[in-house]
Design a protein around this ligand. Structure first.
Ligand code: 6V0
Length: 311
């Protein structure tokens, strides 16, 4: 079976994702669409010149919406990005308008695959994609808190001197300022973090600092280099692999909840099992009271923003 991905948006995030896909040999065909035709042409040429070194060949082309007709996955990284000082929620009006045109054009081709959305505010844009596409919610996925969780795992790994892959911890909720660290269910190579929080002097403060650094990482990177790209590019490649290889891997993506965690009719980041048909199931973590309240607050904020879009 040949895996075909259409990527819409060849900016910093889109190109980092494309580079990760090619390097990992994850798909057979990658078509890239952008309104900036000169930039997308240059990016496609540049990516193709690395294909010879990839573990398996990817056919990278400048795409058009017609390519979506038989695509397995359409990934949207197009739209306005945060400027220094802007929150992700500040982008909503601009990006909903852009998405009306993009999602409409994709659906006109008869697309019947899975949408993966990264544009911010990602939980709201995933909701918009679901609403505008009319696809079942299992087939619309936002990158959610996958990147935030990777940041948390990296920083906890540094603190414990353990590889991030051996740190099991999720950020849940909005990909943004109200996100929640689900520390009560976190563990380092199987050893519960909650044990250290209670017994190791100063550990609670250190871990609170790690969470603050995780939540504010994007602002610091944007101030320093203008955008964040490699981390999200690799996170999107990881989600792509889970879907196209039918892995049943749980990743904290933004998915539409139907009552789990007491949340309904909202896309929000929670651990979600992914496979070839999209969302397989949602994992309900055993949250403590403070985490549950913080998640409810995050959902309330997102819900207000979704309502303001009139979708
Ligand atoms: P960028 O570098 O400005 O790229 C955006 C691209 O979109 C540009 O190349 C535009 O030409 C293109 N574009 C705009 N409108 C359209 C359209 N109608 N059709 C096709 N292409 C279009 O932004 P960057 O790549 O840095 O960020 C893209 C989005 O990802 C932003 O909304 C970011 O906020 C978001 N991010 C999401 C993250 C996540 O974890 N989900 C992480 C980082 C950034």
């Amino acid at each position: 079976m040949s895996d075909r991905v259409v990527l819409i948006g060849a900016g910093d995030v889109g190109v980092a994702y494309a580079y990760a896909l090619v390097n990992q040999g994850l798909v057979h065909e990658l078509s890239i669409i952008d309104i900036n035709t000169q930039k997308v042409t240059g990016e496609v040429m540049d990516l193709n010149h690395g294909v010879v070194w990839a573990p398996s060949p990817t056919r990278v082309t400048v795409g058009s919406y017609d390519d979506c007709a038989d695509a397995d996955l359409v990934v949207i990284t197009a739209g306005a990005a945060q400027r220094p000082g802007e929150t992700r929620l500040d982008l909503v009006g601009r990006n909903v308008e852009i998405f009306r045109s993009i999602v409409g054009s994709v659906m006109e081709t008869g697309f019947d695959g899975i949408f993966l959305v990264a544009s911010n505010p990602v939980d709201v844009m995933a909701y918009a994609t679901w609403k505008l596409s009319g696809l079942p919610s299992e087939r619309v996925i936002g990158s959610g808190t996958t990147l935030d969780s990777a940041r948390l795992r990296f920083m906890l790994g540094e603190l414990y001197d353990v590889a991030p892959s051996s740190v099991h911890a999720s950020i849940i909720g909005e990909h943004g300022d109200t996100e929640v660290a689900a520390l009560s269910s976190a563990n380092v190579a199987g050893a519960p973090l909650s044990r250290d929080l209670e017994s190791v002097p100063g550990r609670r403060e250190e871990i609170e600092r790690v969470f603050t650094d995780t939540r504010e990482a994007a602002y610091r990177i944007i101030d320093a280099k203008g955008s964040t790209s490699y981390g999200i590019g690799m996170a999107l490649a990881r989600i792509t692999r889970a879907i196209l290889r039918d892995e049943y891997t749980a990743l904290p993506v933004s998915t539409k909840l139907h009552g789990t965690y007491g949340i309904d009719d909202l896309f929000i980041g929670v651990p979600t099992v992914l496979g070839r048909s999209g969302v397989k199931s949602v994992v309900e973590l055993d949250l403590n009271d403070a985490e549950r309240d913080a998640l409810a607050h995050s959902a309330e904020v997102l819900s207000g923003v979704v309502d303001s879009t009139g979708l």
